[in-house]
Design a protein around this ligand. Structure first.
Ligand code: PHE
Length: 418
Protein backbone atom coordinates (compact mmCIF):
# COMPACT_ATOMS: atom_id res chain seq x y z
CA UNK A 1 0.00 0.00 0.00
CA UNK A 2 2.85 2.37 0.76
CA UNK A 3 4.22 1.59 -2.69
CA UNK A 4 0.87 2.49 -4.26
CA UNK A 5 0.82 5.73 -2.26
CA UNK A 6 4.41 6.37 -3.35
CA UNK A 7 3.37 5.89 -6.95
CA UNK A 8 0.37 8.16 -6.63
CA UNK A 9 2.01 10.96 -4.69
CA UNK A 10 4.45 12.49 -7.12
CA UNK A 11 5.35 15.63 -8.98
CA UNK A 12 1.72 15.55 -10.08
CA UNK A 13 0.41 16.38 -6.62
CA UNK A 14 2.82 19.08 -5.71
CA UNK A 15 3.54 20.81 -8.93
CA UNK A 16 0.98 19.80 -11.57
CA UNK A 17 -2.00 20.04 -9.19
CA UNK A 18 -1.15 23.56 -8.07
CA UNK A 19 -0.47 24.75 -11.57
CA UNK A 20 -3.73 23.25 -12.90
CA UNK A 21 -5.66 24.78 -9.98
CA UNK A 22 -3.93 28.12 -10.59
CA UNK A 23 -4.77 28.13 -14.27
CA UNK A 24 -8.36 27.03 -13.77
CA UNK A 25 -9.41 29.75 -11.39
CA UNK A 26 -8.66 28.16 -8.03
CA UNK A 27 -11.35 26.49 -5.93
CA UNK A 28 -13.74 26.06 -8.86
CA UNK A 29 -11.54 23.31 -10.06
CA UNK A 30 -11.85 21.25 -6.88
CA UNK A 31 -15.48 20.26 -7.55
CA UNK A 32 -14.91 18.50 -10.89
CA UNK A 33 -11.64 17.14 -9.55
CA UNK A 34 -13.26 15.48 -6.53
CA UNK A 35 -16.05 14.11 -8.69
CA UNK A 36 -13.54 12.74 -11.20
CA UNK A 37 -11.57 11.10 -8.41
CA UNK A 38 -14.60 9.49 -6.78
CA UNK A 39 -16.59 8.46 -9.86
CA UNK A 40 -13.82 7.47 -12.24
CA UNK A 41 -10.41 7.09 -10.66
CA UNK A 42 -11.38 5.14 -7.53
CA UNK A 43 -13.53 2.52 -9.32
CA UNK A 44 -10.81 1.97 -11.91
CA UNK A 45 -8.24 1.66 -9.14
CA UNK A 46 -10.33 -1.03 -7.44
CA UNK A 47 -10.70 -2.83 -10.79
CA UNK A 48 -6.95 -2.73 -11.45
CA UNK A 49 -6.03 -3.98 -7.99
CA UNK A 50 -8.57 -6.80 -8.32
CA UNK A 51 -7.25 -7.84 -11.74
CA UNK A 52 -3.71 -7.79 -10.37
CA UNK A 53 -4.43 -9.91 -7.35
CA UNK A 54 -6.69 -12.31 -9.25
CA UNK A 55 -4.24 -13.02 -12.05
CA UNK A 56 -0.98 -12.39 -10.18
CA UNK A 57 0.79 -11.63 -13.44
CA UNK A 58 2.56 -8.80 -15.24
CA UNK A 59 0.53 -6.41 -17.37
CA UNK A 60 1.21 -8.17 -20.70
CA UNK A 61 0.20 -11.61 -19.40
CA UNK A 62 -2.81 -10.08 -17.66
CA UNK A 63 -4.10 -8.70 -20.96
CA UNK A 64 -3.19 -12.03 -22.56
CA UNK A 65 -5.55 -13.83 -20.21
CA UNK A 66 -8.46 -11.99 -21.78
CA UNK A 67 -7.37 -13.17 -25.25
CA UNK A 68 -3.99 -13.73 -26.86
CA UNK A 69 -4.23 -10.79 -29.21
CA UNK A 70 -4.86 -8.43 -26.29
CA UNK A 71 -1.25 -8.91 -25.26
CA UNK A 72 -0.39 -6.19 -27.76
CA UNK A 73 -2.36 -3.74 -25.58
CA UNK A 74 -0.25 -4.76 -22.60
CA UNK A 75 2.89 -3.90 -24.55
CA UNK A 76 1.35 -0.66 -25.78
CA UNK A 77 0.63 0.41 -22.20
CA UNK A 78 4.17 -0.50 -21.15
CA UNK A 79 5.50 1.60 -24.00
CA UNK A 80 3.30 4.56 -23.03
CA UNK A 81 4.63 4.31 -19.48
CA UNK A 82 8.22 4.10 -20.66
CA UNK A 83 7.75 7.25 -22.75
CA UNK A 84 6.10 9.11 -19.86
CA UNK A 85 8.87 7.95 -17.54
CA UNK A 86 11.54 9.15 -19.97
CA UNK A 87 10.55 12.80 -19.50
CA UNK A 88 9.27 12.39 -15.92
CA UNK A 89 12.88 11.53 -15.04
CA UNK A 90 14.10 14.73 -16.68
CA UNK A 91 11.85 16.71 -14.32
CA UNK A 92 12.93 14.45 -11.44
CA UNK A 93 16.48 15.49 -12.37
CA UNK A 94 15.52 19.18 -12.13
CA UNK A 95 14.17 18.60 -8.62
CA UNK A 96 17.39 16.84 -7.64
CA UNK A 97 19.46 19.69 -9.06
CA UNK A 98 17.45 22.27 -7.14
CA UNK A 99 17.79 20.19 -4.01
CA UNK A 100 21.56 20.26 -4.50
CA UNK A 101 21.52 24.04 -5.16
CA UNK A 102 19.47 24.70 -2.03
CA UNK A 103 21.75 22.52 0.07
CA UNK A 104 24.79 24.37 -1.24
CA UNK A 105 23.04 27.68 -0.79
CA UNK A 106 23.57 28.76 -4.37
CA UNK A 107 21.02 30.62 -6.32
CA UNK A 108 20.70 29.43 -9.91
CA UNK A 109 18.23 30.97 -12.33
CA UNK A 110 16.09 28.32 -13.99
CA UNK A 111 16.94 29.54 -17.49
CA UNK A 112 20.69 29.41 -16.74
CA UNK A 113 20.28 25.90 -15.38
CA UNK A 114 18.28 24.58 -18.31
CA UNK A 115 20.49 26.17 -20.92
CA UNK A 116 23.51 24.33 -19.52
CA UNK A 117 24.21 20.63 -19.84
CA UNK A 118 23.56 20.04 -16.14
CA UNK A 119 20.00 18.74 -16.64
CA UNK A 120 21.48 15.84 -18.59
CA UNK A 121 23.72 14.85 -15.68
CA UNK A 122 20.86 15.03 -13.17
CA UNK A 123 18.61 13.08 -15.53
CA UNK A 124 21.24 10.32 -15.73
CA UNK A 125 21.55 10.17 -11.93
CA UNK A 126 17.76 9.97 -11.52
CA UNK A 127 17.43 7.25 -14.18
CA UNK A 128 20.23 5.19 -12.64
CA UNK A 129 18.79 5.56 -9.13
CA UNK A 130 15.39 4.34 -10.37
CA UNK A 131 17.06 1.41 -12.15
CA UNK A 132 19.05 0.40 -9.07
CA UNK A 133 15.96 0.40 -6.81
CA UNK A 134 13.89 -1.69 -9.22
CA UNK A 135 16.73 -4.06 -9.88
CA UNK A 136 17.07 -4.72 -6.12
CA UNK A 137 13.62 -6.29 -6.13
CA UNK A 138 10.13 -5.65 -4.85
CA UNK A 139 10.96 -6.31 -1.20
CA UNK A 140 14.57 -5.28 -1.00
CA UNK A 141 14.32 -2.35 -3.38
CA UNK A 142 10.85 -0.86 -3.73
CA UNK A 143 9.48 -1.69 -0.28
CA UNK A 144 12.55 -0.41 1.49
CA UNK A 145 12.57 2.80 -0.51
CA UNK A 146 8.90 3.61 -0.01
CA UNK A 147 8.87 2.78 3.67
CA UNK A 148 11.40 5.57 4.21
CA UNK A 149 10.46 8.12 1.56
CA UNK A 150 6.65 8.08 1.80
CA UNK A 151 6.46 8.92 5.54
CA UNK A 152 9.31 11.40 5.03
CA UNK A 153 7.41 13.15 2.23
CA UNK A 154 4.25 13.43 4.36
CA UNK A 155 6.16 14.84 7.31
CA UNK A 156 7.74 17.53 5.17
CA UNK A 157 4.42 18.35 3.53
CA UNK A 158 2.70 18.73 6.86
CA UNK A 159 5.47 20.90 8.28
CA UNK A 160 5.57 23.07 5.15
CA UNK A 161 1.80 23.55 5.11
CA UNK A 162 1.69 24.45 8.83
CA UNK A 163 4.54 26.91 8.47
CA UNK A 164 3.07 28.57 5.39
CA UNK A 165 -0.32 28.94 7.08
CA UNK A 166 1.32 31.41 9.45
CA UNK A 167 2.30 33.71 6.56
CA UNK A 168 0.35 36.93 5.98
CA UNK A 169 -0.91 35.81 2.56
CA UNK A 170 -2.28 32.53 3.86
CA UNK A 171 -5.87 33.75 4.07
CA UNK A 172 -5.98 34.98 0.50
CA UNK A 173 -4.30 31.75 -0.56
CA UNK A 174 -6.88 29.66 1.24
CA UNK A 175 -9.80 31.48 -0.24
CA UNK A 176 -8.26 31.13 -3.70
CA UNK A 177 -7.83 27.40 -3.16
CA UNK A 178 -11.16 26.64 -1.52
CA UNK A 179 -13.67 29.22 -2.75
CA UNK A 180 -15.77 27.60 -5.45
CA UNK A 181 -16.83 29.60 -8.47
CA UNK A 182 -19.71 27.62 -9.91
CA UNK A 183 -19.82 29.53 -13.17
CA UNK A 184 -16.53 27.89 -14.14
CA UNK A 185 -18.24 24.49 -14.04
CA UNK A 186 -19.87 25.20 -17.39
CA UNK A 187 -16.54 25.10 -19.19
CA UNK A 188 -16.12 21.63 -20.73
CA UNK A 189 -12.33 22.02 -20.79
CA UNK A 190 -12.36 22.13 -17.00
CA UNK A 191 -13.92 18.71 -16.82
CA UNK A 192 -11.49 16.95 -19.10
CA UNK A 193 -8.57 18.66 -17.34
CA UNK A 194 -9.95 17.42 -14.03
CA UNK A 195 -10.38 13.84 -15.22
CA UNK A 196 -6.91 13.81 -16.79
CA UNK A 197 -5.35 15.15 -13.60
CA UNK A 198 -7.28 12.63 -11.45
CA UNK A 199 -5.95 9.67 -13.44
CA UNK A 200 -2.43 11.06 -13.65
CA UNK A 201 -2.28 11.90 -9.98
CA UNK A 202 -3.62 8.57 -8.76
CA UNK A 203 -1.46 6.60 -11.24
CA UNK A 204 -4.63 4.89 -12.40
CA UNK A 205 -5.31 3.22 -15.73
CA UNK A 206 -1.76 2.35 -16.67
CA UNK A 207 -1.26 -1.11 -15.33
CA UNK A 208 0.75 0.11 -12.35
CA UNK A 209 -1.91 -1.07 -9.95
CA UNK A 210 -2.30 -4.34 -11.86
CA UNK A 211 1.41 -4.94 -11.33
CA UNK A 212 1.39 -3.83 -7.68
CA UNK A 213 -1.92 -5.65 -7.11
CA UNK A 214 -0.17 -8.88 -8.07
CA UNK A 215 2.01 -8.47 -4.97
CA UNK A 216 -0.97 -7.81 -2.66
CA UNK A 217 -1.80 -10.20 0.21
CA UNK A 218 -4.86 -12.39 -0.14
CA UNK A 219 -6.46 -10.92 2.94
CA UNK A 220 -5.93 -7.24 2.04
CA UNK A 221 -9.21 -5.35 1.71
CA UNK A 222 -9.01 -3.89 -1.82
CA UNK A 223 -11.70 -1.16 -1.59
CA UNK A 224 -10.26 0.00 1.70
CA UNK A 225 -6.73 0.06 0.28
CA UNK A 226 -7.97 2.05 -2.72
CA UNK A 227 -9.62 4.57 -0.42
CA UNK A 228 -6.51 4.97 1.70
CA UNK A 229 -4.37 5.55 -1.39
CA UNK A 230 -6.89 8.08 -2.70
CA UNK A 231 -7.25 9.99 0.54
CA UNK A 232 -3.46 10.13 0.96
CA UNK A 233 -3.09 11.43 -2.58
CA UNK A 234 -5.76 14.09 -2.06
CA UNK A 235 -4.24 15.08 1.24
CA UNK A 236 -0.83 15.47 -0.37
CA UNK A 237 -2.25 17.66 -3.13
CA UNK A 238 -4.21 19.84 -0.70
CA UNK A 239 -1.30 20.25 1.73
CA UNK A 240 0.95 21.20 -1.17
CA UNK A 241 -1.70 23.62 -2.42
CA UNK A 242 -1.98 25.24 1.02
CA UNK A 243 1.79 25.73 1.21
CA UNK A 244 2.22 26.92 -2.36
CA UNK A 245 -0.70 29.38 -2.52
CA UNK A 246 0.10 30.88 0.90
CA UNK A 247 3.60 31.62 -0.37
CA UNK A 248 2.40 32.86 -3.73
CA UNK A 249 -0.09 35.33 -2.23
CA UNK A 250 2.25 36.46 0.54
CA UNK A 251 4.75 37.64 -2.05
CA UNK A 252 2.27 38.80 -4.66
CA UNK A 253 3.52 36.27 -7.19
CA UNK A 254 1.31 35.09 -10.06
CA UNK A 255 -0.69 31.95 -9.14
CA UNK A 256 -1.12 31.11 -12.80
CA UNK A 257 2.58 30.54 -13.48
CA UNK A 258 1.89 26.93 -14.48
CA UNK A 259 4.90 24.78 -15.03
CA UNK A 260 7.23 27.51 -13.82
CA UNK A 261 5.65 27.63 -10.37
CA UNK A 262 8.06 25.20 -8.69
CA UNK A 263 11.30 26.23 -10.31
CA UNK A 264 10.91 29.98 -10.81
CA UNK A 265 8.12 31.37 -8.65
CA UNK A 266 8.79 29.48 -5.42
CA UNK A 267 12.59 29.94 -5.33
CA UNK A 268 11.83 33.69 -5.47
CA UNK A 269 9.67 33.35 -2.38
CA UNK A 270 12.33 31.28 -0.62
CA UNK A 271 14.84 34.08 -1.19
CA UNK A 272 12.62 36.62 0.52
CA UNK A 273 11.41 34.75 3.53
CA UNK A 274 13.00 33.97 6.88
CA UNK A 275 14.01 30.31 7.08
CA UNK A 276 13.88 30.44 3.25
CA UNK A 277 16.98 28.29 2.70
CA UNK A 278 15.62 25.54 4.97
CA UNK A 279 12.24 25.74 3.30
CA UNK A 280 13.90 25.42 -0.09
CA UNK A 281 15.80 22.31 0.95
CA UNK A 282 12.64 20.78 2.46
CA UNK A 283 10.55 21.59 -0.61
CA UNK A 284 12.96 20.14 -3.16
CA UNK A 285 13.75 17.09 -0.99
CA UNK A 286 10.00 16.49 -0.91
CA UNK A 287 9.64 16.88 -4.68
CA UNK A 288 12.55 14.58 -5.38
CA UNK A 289 11.36 11.84 -2.97
CA UNK A 290 7.85 11.99 -4.35
CA UNK A 291 9.14 11.83 -7.93
CA UNK A 292 11.48 8.90 -7.27
CA UNK A 293 8.80 6.64 -5.75
CA UNK A 294 6.55 7.37 -8.76
CA UNK A 295 9.34 6.74 -11.26
CA UNK A 296 10.08 3.41 -9.61
CA UNK A 297 6.47 2.28 -10.08
CA UNK A 298 6.54 3.09 -13.79
CA UNK A 299 9.78 1.17 -14.34
CA UNK A 300 8.52 -1.79 -12.30
CA UNK A 301 5.62 -2.32 -14.74
CA UNK A 302 8.08 -2.62 -17.61
CA UNK A 303 10.59 -4.77 -15.74
CA UNK A 304 7.85 -7.16 -14.55
CA UNK A 305 6.50 -7.39 -18.12
CA UNK A 306 9.89 -8.14 -19.67
CA UNK A 307 10.71 -10.67 -16.93
CA UNK A 308 7.33 -12.37 -17.33
CA UNK A 309 7.48 -12.51 -21.11
CA UNK A 310 11.11 -13.45 -21.68
CA UNK A 311 12.14 -15.21 -18.48
CA UNK A 312 14.99 -12.72 -18.12
CA UNK A 313 16.37 -12.09 -14.62
CA UNK A 314 15.23 -8.95 -12.76
CA UNK A 315 18.75 -7.59 -12.82
CA UNK A 316 19.16 -7.96 -16.56
CA UNK A 317 15.68 -6.66 -17.38
CA UNK A 318 16.24 -3.62 -15.14
CA UNK A 319 19.61 -2.93 -16.70
CA UNK A 320 18.39 -3.15 -20.29
CA UNK A 321 15.29 -1.07 -19.64
CA UNK A 322 17.23 1.61 -17.78
CA UNK A 323 19.60 1.88 -20.73
CA UNK A 324 16.65 2.12 -23.12
CA UNK A 325 15.12 4.75 -20.89
CA UNK A 326 18.28 6.83 -20.95
CA UNK A 327 18.41 6.62 -24.74
CA UNK A 328 14.76 7.64 -25.08
CA UNK A 329 14.97 10.37 -22.43
CA UNK A 330 18.15 12.03 -23.65
CA UNK A 331 16.41 14.16 -26.31
CA UNK A 332 13.98 15.41 -23.61
CA UNK A 333 16.87 16.17 -21.29
CA UNK A 334 18.54 18.14 -24.08
CA UNK A 335 15.39 19.88 -25.21
CA UNK A 336 15.70 22.71 -22.69
CA UNK A 337 19.47 23.08 -23.13
CA UNK A 338 21.16 25.45 -25.54
CA UNK A 339 21.03 22.63 -28.09
CA UNK A 340 17.27 23.05 -27.72
CA UNK A 341 16.15 19.87 -29.42
CA UNK A 342 12.71 20.47 -30.78
CA UNK A 343 10.34 18.96 -33.25
CA UNK A 344 7.67 20.86 -35.18
CA UNK A 345 8.61 23.90 -33.14
CA UNK A 346 7.98 22.52 -29.69
CA UNK A 347 10.51 21.21 -27.24
CA UNK A 348 10.65 17.43 -27.17
CA UNK A 349 9.81 17.29 -23.47
CA UNK A 350 6.70 19.43 -23.96
CA UNK A 351 5.80 17.51 -27.08
CA UNK A 352 5.91 14.19 -25.19
CA UNK A 353 3.89 15.61 -22.30
CA UNK A 354 1.35 17.10 -24.69
CA UNK A 355 0.96 13.87 -26.69
CA UNK A 356 1.80 10.71 -24.75
CA UNK A 357 1.37 12.31 -21.32
CA UNK A 358 -2.00 13.79 -22.19
CA UNK A 359 -3.45 11.39 -24.74
CA UNK A 360 -1.70 8.16 -23.79
CA UNK A 361 -3.30 8.21 -20.39
CA UNK A 362 -7.00 8.14 -21.34
CA UNK A 363 -6.22 5.64 -24.11
CA UNK A 364 -4.44 3.29 -21.69
CA UNK A 365 -7.20 3.64 -19.10
CA UNK A 366 -9.84 2.99 -21.79
CA UNK A 367 -8.08 -0.24 -22.80
CA UNK A 368 -7.84 -1.40 -19.18
CA UNK A 369 -11.54 -0.80 -18.49
CA UNK A 370 -12.71 -2.26 -21.83
CA UNK A 371 -10.62 -5.41 -21.84
CA UNK A 372 -11.06 -6.34 -18.20
CA UNK A 373 -14.75 -5.53 -18.01
CA UNK A 374 -15.92 -6.75 -21.42
CA UNK A 375 -13.61 -9.62 -22.28
CA UNK A 376 -13.00 -11.21 -18.89
CA UNK A 377 -15.29 -13.23 -16.69
CA UNK A 378 -17.51 -10.98 -14.53
CA UNK A 379 -16.70 -13.35 -11.74
CA UNK A 380 -13.19 -11.85 -11.52
CA UNK A 381 -14.37 -8.69 -9.79
CA UNK A 382 -16.69 -10.39 -7.37
CA UNK A 383 -14.19 -13.08 -6.42
CA UNK A 384 -11.82 -10.35 -5.29
CA UNK A 385 -14.32 -7.99 -3.72
CA UNK A 386 -16.87 -10.33 -2.17
CA UNK A 387 -20.25 -8.80 -1.43
CA UNK A 388 -20.16 -5.15 -2.46
CA UNK A 389 -20.72 -2.71 0.35
CA UNK A 390 -23.19 0.08 -0.36
CA UNK A 391 -20.70 2.72 -1.55
CA UNK A 392 -19.23 0.17 -3.95
CA UNK A 393 -22.52 -0.76 -5.62
CA UNK A 394 -22.16 1.62 -8.58
CA UNK A 395 -18.72 0.15 -9.34
CA UNK A 396 -19.73 -2.56 -11.86
CA UNK A 397 -21.77 -0.06 -13.87
CA UNK A 398 -19.16 2.67 -13.67
CA UNK A 399 -16.27 0.49 -14.77
CA UNK A 400 -18.17 -1.25 -17.55
CA UNK A 401 -20.17 1.58 -19.13
CA UNK A 402 -19.53 5.04 -17.71
CA UNK A 403 -15.73 5.04 -17.58
CA UNK A 404 -15.08 3.70 -21.10
CA UNK A 405 -17.64 6.13 -22.54
CA UNK A 406 -16.20 9.15 -20.77
CA UNK A 407 -12.65 8.17 -21.67
CA UNK A 408 -13.60 7.75 -25.31
CA UNK A 409 -15.16 11.20 -25.37
CA UNK A 410 -12.09 12.75 -23.75
CA UNK A 411 -9.76 11.02 -26.21
CA UNK A 412 -11.78 12.17 -29.21
CA UNK A 413 -12.05 15.72 -27.86
CA UNK A 414 -8.32 16.00 -27.27
CA UNK A 415 -7.57 14.45 -30.66
CA UNK A 416 -9.72 17.15 -32.24
CA UNK A 417 -7.84 19.83 -30.36
CA UNK A 418 -4.47 18.65 -31.70
N1 PHE B 1 1.01 9.82 -10.01
C1 PHE B 1 2.28 10.40 -10.26
C2 PHE B 1 2.28 11.85 -9.84
O1 PHE B 1 1.35 12.34 -9.27
C3 PHE B 1 2.72 10.35 -11.66
C4 PHE B 1 2.53 9.08 -12.34
C5 PHE B 1 1.84 9.07 -13.52
C6 PHE B 1 3.07 7.92 -11.85
C7 PHE B 1 1.63 7.91 -14.20
C8 PHE B 1 2.88 6.76 -12.51
C9 PHE B 1 2.15 6.76 -13.68
O2 PHE B 1 3.24 12.53 -10.08
Amino acid sequence: MLAAIGSAVGIGNIWRFSSVVGQNGGGAYLVPYLLAVLCFAVPLMVLEMSVGRHLRADVVSSFGRAGRSFRAFGWLISLILLLILSYYLVITGWTLAYLAFSLLGIDVAFSDFTSSLQPVAYFLISALATGVVVSSGVKRGIERLVSVLVPFAFLILLALALFCLSLPGAQTGMSFLFRPDYSMLLRPGLWSAAIGQAFFSLSVGMGILITYGAYLDDDADIPKSALIVTVSDLLAAILAGIAIFSLVFTFGLPPTAGAELAFITLPKAFELISYGPILGVAFFALLFSAALTSAVSMLEVNVAAVMGQTGMSRRKASFLLTMALIAIGLPSALSYSSIGLSFFGSRILDLLDGTVGTLGLPIAAFLVAMVFRWFMDEHLLYSQLGVLSSWMRPLPFLTKYAIPTVLMIITILSLMEH
